[in-house]
Ligand binder design. Structure first.
Ligand code: 5GP
Ligand code: ZN
Length: 115
């Protein structure tokens, strides 16, 4: 499959991996938006949040738990951080394999504004 994140999972494309288990892998974003910018992804290829099924609920919960654990390990939990899913075109999603952005290590400005 021609998916860059699936290639990272298979170690066909290098990445700075910070966490891995049977179902989830996390690595540093290649174009960081903050001092800490990590992508947490399921090893199962699910294109977007719109494709989640009931059977994926536990996996998605675990994705958030892994983000929390990584934030703890990086000692950014006290000051806080952002967790972000972009969803398809209007959400600005560019890679069609679900990924949770963990962004922190500095105060972050809002990227959306009141209309
Ligand atoms: P999206 O806009 O889809 O939510 O975010 C995709 C993210 O993946 C972007 O922040 C981008 O920098 C990151 N990214 C795209 N290709 C690669 C890659 O090959 N390696 C890594 N580590 N990050 C990537
Ligand atoms: Zn994929």
């Amino acid at each position: 499959m021609d998916c860059i994140f699936c290639k990272i999972i298979k170690k066909e494309v290098p990445a700075d991996i910070v966490y891995e288990d049977e179902k989830i892998i996390a690595f540093k974003d290649i174009k960081p938006m903050a001092p800490v910018h990590i992508l947490i992804i399921p090893k199962k290829h699910i294109p977007a949040i719109t494709d989640i099924k009931e059977e994926d609920v536990e996996l998605m919960g675990r994705l958030i738990f892994v983000a929390k654990k990584i934030a703890d390990d990086l000692t950014i939990s006290k000051q806080g951080y952002k967790l972000l899913f972009r969803v398809k075109e209007h959400g600005g999603q560019e890679v069609n394999h679900i990924h949770l952005h963990l962004i922190g290590g500095a105060p972050l400005f809002e990227d959306i504004h009141p209309i």
